[in-house]
Design a protein. Sequence first.
Length: 322
Amino acid sequence: MKRTERYTAAGMALGVVADALVGDPRKGHPVAVFGGRVAALENRIHADSRARGTLFTAICVGAVAGIGVAADRLTRGRPLARTAVTAAATWAVLGGTTLGREGAHMAASLESGDLAAARARLPHLCGRDPSRLDAPELARATVESIAENTSDAAVAPLFWGAVAGVPGLLAYRAINTLDAMVGHRSPRHERFGWASARLDDAANLAPARLTGLLAVALAPVARGSSRRALAALRRDGHRHPSPNSGQCEAAFAGALGVRLGGVNDYGGRREARPELGDGPRPAVPDIRRAVRLARAVSWTAAAFAVGARWAVAARRGASAAR
């Protein structure tokens, strides 16, 4: 087994622990720094053109992936450096701990009846207009956001880290950040953000389905039924406008025994989403259940990713020894 490959797995494990202990800093986070550079580049080259948007996506993702490749090559044969770089990259791209904390903050606000605080908190989780949402709608928005972002913030970066190490970790986070910034449908980004949105769909195809399956398996953690979660995933997972979000939300809906979906207001742009699951609408206590399920899914995905990377290292070491 090559030592540097073995230390890639160790670095991923340390990065997961760092995210659990520290979470995201309020200022100076690497993803926020990347977002600032992306916004500046967009202002310079934006045009109502798919071709220009594709160039923009290629530049941003290519630059970040290139940094990852360079880091990978520079740390070959240097186990401690490989461990440190991989740990830092893993911590930087994960957001599962912060997601759980935001969900807990929302639950606490709603449990105390402080609607103003809950409405002020919602933009930390999603882009819906919270100004007219009552407690049940705030609970639904929170549960849906936790379900979707369990894949984006935890499972997907770990999946790509297992597949491609540091380059995979960094490239995925770049893709997902671009989608959040320009991949949404708006007059400015309808065409310019097309490539970013499609690339994000492709990058999340496998991780979203893995998230759904893990939510099914771990439903008892949230006092739910794996059988009911699987039924909801199979019946409703394809009904969402996103090819990936529906997999996560349907599985969580079934696992929690609730019904997600409905009309969402994104600052004046209203979207009617199909209903997922067949239970009652989420209530405030369901938020903490969703957080528990999301944490269980994230930790299980981390164990799988580290184990898979270790197995890759073992196979390479065995091949080299022949």
